[in-house]
Write a protein that binds this ligand. Sequence first.
Ligand SMILES: [Fe+2]
Length: 394
Amino acid sequence: MIHRLQRGVVPAKHHIVHRVDGALTFEHCFTRRGFDGAYTIMYHRKPPHWITAEVDEGSHPGWAAPADDGALRRRHFLAGKVPAGGEPFLARRLLVANREVGVWLARPDRDDSTLVANAGADELTFVQEGSGRLETPLGVVRFEAGDYLFVPRALHHRVRLDGPALLLVVEGRSWIDLPKQFRNPSGQLTMDAPYCHQDFREPEWPEGGPAALDPPCDVRVLKGERVSRLTYSHNPFDVVGWDGQVWPFAFPIRAYQPKTGQVHLPPTIHLTFVGGGFVVCSFVPRVVDFHPEAIPCPYPHSSVDCDEIIFYVAGNFTSRRGVGPASVTLHPSGLPHGPHPGRYEGSIGATRTDEVAVMVDTFSPLLPTEHARAVEDGGYNQSWIRAEDHGVME
Ligand SMILES: [Fe+2]
């Protein structure tokens, strides 16, 4: 939740008579953490709870049971092998998950045909390829390749694409927010935070209000693995105004301001978002460590509490070979991990890196699904073995 916004026509005070065009409007208090967290109040022309039908559509087509599937190992998944086509909401495939976070991949090529909502999670989508707009009752958020797109839990929306897209969707099953250490006591982002308020793309209020977007009256709601299809009796975007701090936004990864140290700093300096049980970090082009004898390549490490997902966006990733744009690696806790042979020593003297990547570190183990195995590079775990060291073929 970034800061308070107001759009459209709102009353002078909460919970009082608010007439628009002579008719009473109906409040919709959209609250978080019960009634103690951030909230937004929307003002609808018709009661927002007037739903005429509910249909159980069964399990989401991209859901699959996360499960142990053998020895602990480093893994590499190829997002480009995920089946292409379909609507953003229905085309997604669950790759790995635990109770707190789910990571999905999607290669949609058309708009959502219904409104959609995730009632079980805040969603942070990284747009690897494609562009479009997110339509919501709070307004429209434009997005393009390289953006994070945040959609609060349970907010009805529709993704409209300009063409084929490749999306990484991170579900925060309790919450996703900015790290509180990036705020001063007044709630402003601090001057040494890695981003400023202006970096977050706010929802734009369309001409005629969101009702003019003419959304479908059907909403697919994901909760757990199941999809329910609800039908509204009226335009679900009939919002005349709103005020609050819960709203969708886009954040371009290249707006992230990286930090560099005299010697290599831990990945926590790339912290971008936090969620219940996980963090999201952004690696962006930067000047690297400037000690004359610094080793800029990440050191081998055992982060013993975390499973680590890295989604490779662009550039030459310093520490790994065999991975490229749209690669997803999973390095589980319990195994040390580190650079491929030659990368550690080869980085000495480097002055900058052009890598762009998204990292998700989770504090509970991630389990893969059948969708992960279907796009797995099975040779990755042994790709650290060098022939001259071990007498084996690469
Ligand atoms: Fe790591």
